[in-house]
Design a protein around this ligand. Structure first.
Ligand code: BG6
Length: 479
């Protein structure tokens, strides 16, 4: 379904995120017919470019990051024809009149702040002062949204002094992933799971976001951030919220976000003994370790975090949530595993094995759902039980339709034009997440905590396995 016509201004329009994600994503939506012909994209940055030069930059970006066999020149030319460029000094006053003159009435005006957070305030203020934004305008901002509670609050205040909360779209691209939304469909669209979704039936939950890449090339940003700020405070927290929240009264932005906020506020502070920090070491073949990638031989920044946390409410009392994420691990796997409790009693003689139902929601790769069930081992050998997965890989189950799903950015950008904030973080959510994260980081700093080294290509430091062993549990394999 096409969105209403828009003028989208991308500040940082020649930057990395714009070239890798935003512009190729917009092109794919244009090709799919979701972006109406009358819409325009206005790239903006400090350097001088003509429209023609900008179109070339974008065309190169699409070829490098977004091209596929469906690209045809007619579509691409039509898309490039929708592009303009205006040189604007975000922190100064140059170029704003030109931008203002270019904006049209009667279409949605959206502004993507694809720049560092230090420029958010300057941009928001100038958009107003120069009459570029109107009351229906939307602004889109990216993480990092602050680096602690104080800075996040300050950013929120700055943005809110020029825009209302309903105009501010804070992106967490994990919320745009297809399976993440499926999580809500599975929980609230089926009768099977929700009755069991509590501490009477669930033993524990594991959330894993494992990456094989290191921080090469992004060391300068990452070293000031670390896995806790880069991944746990936002992406893993969002997954935790969707898994743990109470059913919202309806699938509507504030109803959903109110429930997520309650989860974050109910999180118990994490005990030091339930926290593991790791940093990847050099590879056995001499591949650079984290410190080399980060350009700081004494860095204590973590590239891995594992932790156990609890949600203090009726539904989840006593159910541990284990979270882990790291770089340079064994495989690129993101999944949520809901591990149900053991059966209290087995009627099958000689069957002493622990059988457990496990619901696995796979985010990537091979998006899909797996339900581990216990059945009889085939053959004449009597009632011997085995555990097998009921596997639903979306690509197999849905065929070609599953291939055409928009990627996270495409979906989220289109939601901005639809005025749908369900998959965007509200300001209070972000602040609550920092309020939970800050003491963890402060604790590490106060103790001068040194992350445990781990070998690249493994599941992280041994302490991570110990975290579960101590509770008589184990992580699922990263594969
Ligand atoms: C980003 C982090 O937000 O998410 C990166 O800054 C991380 O460090 C990335 O690599 C992971 O996203 P995805 O979609 O590849 O799982």
């Amino acid at each position: 379904i096409p969105v209403d016509p828009f003028d989208l201004v991308i500040f940082g329009g020649t930057g990395d995120l714009a070239r890798r994600k935003i512009l190729p994503g917009l092109f794919r939506r244009f090709r799919a017919g979701t972006m109406p012909e009358e819409s325009r994209i206005i790239g903006s940055a400090r350097s001088e470019h003509t429209d023609e030069e900008y179109r070339q930059i974008v065309s190169d970006a699409i070829a490098e990051f977004g091209g596929d066999e469906k690209d045809d020149k007619t579509n691409l030319d039509a898309f490039l024809g929708r592009l303009h460029y205006v040189r604007v000094d975000a922190a100064g006053d140059e170029g704003w009149e030109d931008l203002s003159a270019l904006m049209r009435d009667g279409v949605i005006r959206a502004f993507y702040f694809s720049v560092g957070p230090s420029l958010f305030g300057a941009l928001a203020e100038r958009l107003h002062r120069h009459g570029v934004a109107d009351d229906d305008s939307r602004i889109v901002v990216e993480k990092p949204f602050g680096r602690d509670l104080a800075s996040a609050r300050e950013l929120n205040e700055t943005l809110r002094s020029h825009f209302d909360e309903h105009q501010i779209y804070r992106i967490d691209h994990y919320l745009g992933k297809e399976t993440v939304q499926n999580l809500m469909a599975i929980r609230f669209g089926n009768v099977l799971f929700e009755p069991l979704w509590n501490n009477h039936y669930i033993d524990h939950i594991q959330i894993t976001v494992a990456e094989t890449v290191g921080v090469e090339g992004r060391g300068a940003y990452y070293d000031k951030s670390g896995a806790m700020r880069d991944m746990v405070q936002n992406h893993l927290m969002q997954l935790l919220c969707l898994i743990a929240m109470e059913p919202p009264a309806m699938y509507e932005a504030d109803a959903v976000r109110d429930e997520k906020l309650k989860v974050i506020r109910a999180l118990q502070p994490v005990d030091y003994h339930h926290l593991v920090r790791g940093q990847y070491d050099q590879g056995t073949e001499g591949e650079p370790g984290y410190r080399e990638d980060a350009g700081d031989p004494r860095s204590f920044t973590e590239s891995f975090v594992a932790l156990r946390c609890h949600i203090n409410n009726w539904r989840w009392a006593g159910v541990p949530f284990y979270l882990r994420t790291g770089k340079k691990l064994k495989a690129r796997t993101s999944e949520i595993a809901v591990v149900f409790q053991d059966l209290g009693h087995s009627i099958f003689e000689g069957d002493e094995k622990r059988h457990r139902n496990i619901l696995v929601i796979r985010l990537q790769p091979n998006e899909g759902i797996d339900l581990q069930v216990t059945i009889k081992e085939p053959g004449p050998g009597g009632m011997r039980l085995i555990d097998v997965p009921l596997d639903m890989t979306f690509a197999d189950a849905l065929g070609p339709e599953a291939e055409d799903v928009p990627d996270a950015y495409e979906r989220l950008i289109m939601d901005v034009f639809r005025g749908n904030q369900t998959l965007f973080m509200r300001g209070d959510e972000v602040e609550a997440a920092w309020a939970w994260t800050d003491p963890i980081i402060a604790g590490w700093e106060a103790r001068g905590d040194v992350p445990k080294l781990y070998e690249p290509g493994t599941a992280g430091p041994d302490d991570s396995a110990m975290l579960l062993h101590r509770d008589n549990r184990r992580w699922r394999d990263i594969k």
